[in-house]
Write a protein that binds this ligand. Structure first.
Ligand code: PDD
Length: 276
């Protein structure tokens, strides 16, 4: 596979980094995951804009301008002859230098690769289960930082309980999930946490707002509680890899009798049309 390294294409097997690398030693970097459907990017502008926002927030200077990155990402799909469903992972770190907490005076490291990723059709149709977990992350969750240890631990806990996702809460207020945004439907209205520093401003989330409006379903950007979660008519999550995914059971308790809800299914349908 051809991998984008800085602004050049190299063979993926040939891309290596020194052990003194800021991403490896400090998690000192930012990343993106962009969805590809039928060989074409979905929500690419949103993802590239967020990468630049994340990098700026942690003072990493990317080795290209936005326009150049768009061109290179298109070339990444062409050169790898991608025609199906896939995801592109992009990562930028502060660079390679002798370990020191203070920023070194070196260029940022950047790479991007593409990997086949079929749509999770079975889970989308039948829904998934979740557990709730305290959100122990830092106060800048809007930055798509490489520091994913709390997210990894929460997702692992979910996995050990046979669940797909961990729904995170700060003192009873639901923020988002370990790698997706969280929503409930109550009396015909969708609720999701507002775009504060406590959540990642999901690209699919921004799309869900548009799709809900098209469907004439009110979407309220207002935080909801663990109690609301328990009594919700429907619960779902969203991300670039999971799309709009019904949650049918939380901490062992069924949501909507264990079936994907009506509004969730309607959103899934309009997402599918949008992504075509
Ligand atoms: N995760 N919240 C968190 C904490 C996330 O890590 C993600 C995405 C989202 C959804 O964002 P978007 O709609 O832009 O994909 C929300 C990616 C898929 C990942 O880490 O693999």
């Amino acid at each position: 596979p051809h991998v984008l390294s800085q602004t050049e294409f190299v063979n993926g097997d040939d891309l290596t980094y020194p052990f003194q690398e800021r991403g490896l030693q400090f998690g000192d970097g930012v990343y993106e995951v962009i969805r590809v459907y039928q060989g074409r990017y979905y929500l690419m502008t949103e993802h590239v804009n967020r990468l630049f926002r994340s990098a700026a927030a942690v003072k990493i200077k990317l080795p290209f301008e936005k326009g150049e990155l768009f061109d290179k990402l298109d070339e990444l799909l062409r050169i790898n002859k991608v025609q199906g469903d896939a995801k592109v992972y992009l990562q930028a770190t502060r660079g390679s230098a002798i370990r020191d907490h203070v920023f070194p005076d070196v260029e940022a490291n950047f790479y991007a690769y593409v990997q086949d990723l079929p749509r999770p059709v079975d889970k989308l149709t039948n829904g998934v289960t979740a557990i709730t977990q305290p959100d122990v992350r830092w106060q800048n969750c809007y930055i798509k930082s490489l520091n994913l240890l709390p997210n990894v631990l929460a997702k692992q806990e979910a996995s050990e309980h046979g669940a797909f996702e961990a729904i995170l809460h700060r003192e009873g207020t639901v923020t988002e999930c370990s790698s997706s945004n969280a929503y409930i439907v109550q009396n015909g209205r969708i609720f999701t946490h507002p775009e504060t520093n406590n959540i990642l401003h999901g690209c699919v989330r921004s799309r869900v707002k548009v799709l809900a409006e098209k469907l004439d379903v009110p979407l309220v950007e207002e935080a909801f509680s663990l109690d609301d979660l328990q009594t919700a008519d429907e619960v779902f999550l969203s991300s670039s890899t999971a799309e709009i995914m019904p949650i049918i059971q939380i901490d062992g308790e069924k949501v909507n009798n264990g079936k994907p809800g009506k509004i969730t299914v309607a959103l899934q349908k309009s997402y599918e049309e949008d992504a075509q």
